[in-house]
Design a protein around this ligand. Structure first.
Ligand code: C5P
Length: 233
């Protein structure tokens, strides 16, 4: 199964993003484009990064009525991204509509991943604000099973949840895990963090790494270290 390191390009403009990517001369890292950059720079930045030969995870976390999500996914599919996502909270029907919209006439499509519960949602907030009863890990496993039932390829989750997700679904159901830090690194605002080596042991398929690479004095060296530790190459 393909494992890879995805760099979270959380920059505020196309210029800052391309300046960062220009640092990489010998490799073409897999890149995550989130809401900040997409809303600032639009589909053009996706086309430009694609043209430069990078794979793209477009992290827009769609959540709307099935018909709207289906149509929005058809647009994203034409952008030729490699991976995109929805909120599992949108229901199995919405996720099925997303798969349909994303599938191209030739049957191919980007990988489709579900967000289960955001890592910013605590047990207490889920129970009290959202009125979703039960244990948050059971809810995450249930949402992962819904995503599998709808035909999605995997979920975004904390590395610490990756083993539970695979147990609830199947071993090849993908886990995409942010919250990765070097053992001696600054955690920033992430609370539950894991090193790239540990993420590998736990069974993450893709790790999403932002600031430990983007804010490093030498981002290329930092990227290579994450690859060595996670991919063992
Ligand atoms: O800089 P850092 O390594 O913390 O970046 C992690 C990236 O993963 C950010 O783009 C963040 O929005 C994203 N993310 C996350 N936790 C989630 C889902 C996405 O940190 N549960």
């Amino acid at each position: 199964m393909a494992k890879d390191v995805i760099i979270a390009c959380d920059f505020e403009s196309a210029e800052a993003t391309l300046r960062f990517l220009d640092l990489f001369r010998d490799e073409k890292p897999y890149v995550k484009i989130g809401m900040e950059l997409y809303y600032a720079a639009g589909p053009e930045i996706v086309r430009e990064i694609k043209k430069r030969g990078h794979k793209i995870f477009l992290d827009l976390k769609l959540h709307d009525i099935p018909n709207t999500v289906k149509k929005a996914m058809a647009v994203l599919s034409k952008l030729d991204v490699d991976m995109t996502n929805v909120h599992a909270a949108g229901t199995v029907e919405m996720m099925r509509a997303a798969v349909e919209g994303l599938t191209r006439p030739d049957g191919s499509r980007p990988l489709l991943i579900a967000v289960t519960q955001l890592t910013s949602t605590s047990q207490e907030r889920m129970n009290e604000d959202l009125l979703i009863q039960g244990d948050i890990n059971d809810v995450i496993a249930h949402y992962a099973k819904n995503a599998e039932r709808a035909g999605l390829d995997g979920v975004v989750c904390s590395p610490l949840e990756a083993a539970g997700v695979k147990e609830a679904t199947h071993p090849s159901f993908l886990t995409i895990t942010p919250g990765v830090r070097f053992a001696d690194g600054d955690k920033g605002d992430q609370v539950r963090v894991t090193t790239p080596e540990r993420a590998r042991e736990i069974g993450s398929d893709y790790i999403v790494v932002g600031r430990p690479i983007t804010a490093a004095p030498d981002p290329v060296q930092a990227y290579r270290k994450v690859c060595r530790d996670f991919l063992q190459r």
